[in-house]
Design a protein around this ligand. Structure first.
Ligand code: SAM
Length: 193
């Protein structure tokens, strides 16, 4: 279902996202059509999943698909990512945050629109539970390298190896880039609190 915050100008309580707030919460930033999130929510019924996406058509599609699949552990918030992480999500709420194939804003004059910067890292540190993880994938090498530099330099994040054993569905955009023969860059970090 769609998550409509009771108030957009204060942080949500954890219980306002999902009532059963003892279950682990995973957040997918820029969830697109949501097939990654739908697959995770089906695979892990004991966990909760929140997608954040600004395009209404995509949000509606996910809501429809999760209703058809009777998934009560998946919600979508239609909102801007930077605002959501900085101002809306509560402290220590998430066990994993996924950022998969975000817009790389390749033109130099647009680099300031890129999501990963020091402020974003500070938000990750605030939102993630201790031992929580941040998982990032992109097809854009230059954006990857710039992001890794920022993430590596943030002292509350520790790079860990990507566990290829874990159940981690291919996203819609990833499928597209793989079909085009593009290389996929991925990184995984643990929060140190
Ligand atoms: C390239 S797509 C990747 C979608 C999905 N993660 C995947 O891998 O298939 C990026 C998604 O993020 C959304 N998005 C981009 N910038 C956003 C922002 N500032 N706030 C909210 N959503 C955003 C786009 O609408 C789009 O659905």
């Amino acid at each position: 279902m769609q998550l409509i915050p009771p108030d957009y100008f204060r942080k949500l309580d954890r219980g306002e996202i999902f009532n059963n707030n003892h279950s682990p919460l995973e957040i997918d930033l820029g969830c697109g059509d949501g097939s990654f999130l739908l697959a995770l929510a089906t695979h892990y019924p004991e966990k909760n999943f929140l997608g954040v996406e600004r395009l209404l058509g995509r949000v509606r599609k996910i809501v429809r698909k999760s209703k058809n699949a009777s998934l009560s552990n998946l919600k979508v918030l239609r909102l801007e990512l930077a605002y959501t992480v900085e101002w809306l999500l509560p402290d220590d709420c998430a066990s994993r945050i996924h950022l998969l194939f975000p817009d790389p804003w390749p033109k130099k004059k647009h680099h300031k629109r890129r999501l990963i910067n020091k402020k974003f890292c500070e938000s990750l540190a605030r939102i993630l539970k201790s031992d929580g993880e941040f998982l990032f994938k992109t097809d854009h090498q230059e954006y990857f390298e710039e992001s890794i530099l920022t993430l590596d330099n943030f002292n509350m994040l520790e790079k860990i190896t990507w566990n290829s054993e874990q159940f981690y569905p291919v996203t819609d955009f990833e499928r597209l880039w793989l079909r085009e023969g593009k290389e996929i860059y991925s990184a995984r970090y643990k929060i140190k609190k």
